[in-house]
Design a binder for this molecule. Structure first.
Ligand code: SAM
Length: 276
């Protein structure tokens, strides 16, 4: 019996490496839909060929999603069924797709998740770091200044943090994380998860940065960095207070900046005045 219903958009997770992670239901949906919207049709073509799936694909990526969404919704309304996949893992997670999903839902078309692999969740599941509350931060900004500013804004975050990173920025990103969160902050780096060279590094940011700097092989592939949240509430408030003070003092008198930064962060005003 087919898993596919006419007029429905299926959001289908695909493997993040190991092809055995494509679920039987995903396989059945990909075989049964009229068309598959894919981020990179060539890469998805490889996956489909491996499983002997002949369904046609159509490109849905960040640059055409707005235009293509309307056309695909019209096809759904005409009775076609559609699967959305990304290059790897779960669509919409640091990947395109939300515009299409929104357009389909606004048009009253059923949207059905077909869950499966997601690099963030895979990394979190093996990090051994508290995972009852976590923030998915995705990719940090590419430019050093903006990246450091984003990290600085997260110093006081008490929940576990999850970041994506690519091979060409992993070293700089780790160096910034060590400098901003501190070398002893607990962390876990998942590299090439589910693939041949899968590696887990830890237990602190300094240890991870050192291991990655020492071995070029540790800089290859795809990465998820999981960082334990700041458990020292006082230190977190102070860090946030100092960050706010530095910004506000650019625009107002130091005394007023300290008052406002203290109010917003909960840090004592005396600890901020002077920017120390
Ligand atoms: N939608 C995907 C998901 O569900 O995980 C993420 C897509 S995002 C464009 C790609 C990033 O995910 C990579 O740069 C890396 O940070 C992470 N990633 C994907 N596959 C991975 C893997 N096998 N091991 C570690 N990280 C991976």
């Amino acid at each position: 019996m087919s898993d596919v219903v006419a007029g429905t958009l299926y959001v289908v997770a695909t493997p993040i490496g190991h092809l055995g992670d494509l679920t039987p239901r995903a396989r059945s949906v990909l075989s049964g839909v009229t068309v598959i919207g894919a981020e990179y049709t060539r890469n998805t073509g490889g996956l489909l060929a491996h499983f002997g799936i002949g369904t046609p694909t159509i490109a849905v990526h960040d640059h055409n999603e707005g235009d293509v969404a309307a056309k695909l919704v019209a096809r759904l309304q005409a009775g076609d069924s559609l699967a959305l996949v990304s290059d790897a893992g779960t669509p919409l997670v640091s990947d395109p797709g939300y515009r299409l999903v929104r357009a389909a839902r606004e048009a009253g078309c059923p949207v059905v998740p077909i869950p499966g692999a997601c690099a963030a969740i895979a990394a979190l599941s093996v990090a051994g770091i508290p995972s009852d509350r976590f923030c998915f931060e995705g990719f940090l900004p590419a430019k050093a200044g903006a990246r450091r500013e984003r990290l600085a804004s997260l110093v006081g975050e008490t929940r576990t943090l999850v970041f994506y990173e690519s091979a060409h920025r992993i070293e700089e990103m780790l160096a910034d994380a060590v400098a901003i969160f501190g070398p002893e902050r607990e962390a876990s780096l998942g590299r090439e998860l589910t693939k041949r060279f899968e590696t887990l590094l830890g237990p602190t940011l300094a240890a991870i940065a050192e291991a990655v700097a020492a071995d070029p092989n540790q800089r290859r592939g795809e990465f998820v960095l999981v960082v334990r949240g700041n458990e020292d509430q006082e230190a977190a408030q102070l860090a946030e207070g100092k960050r706010l003070y530095a910004k506000l003092a650019e625009h107002m008198k130091p005394s007023a900046a300290a008052k406002l930064a203290a109010e917003l962060s909960g840090a004592p005003r005396k600890s901020l005045y002077g920017g120390e």
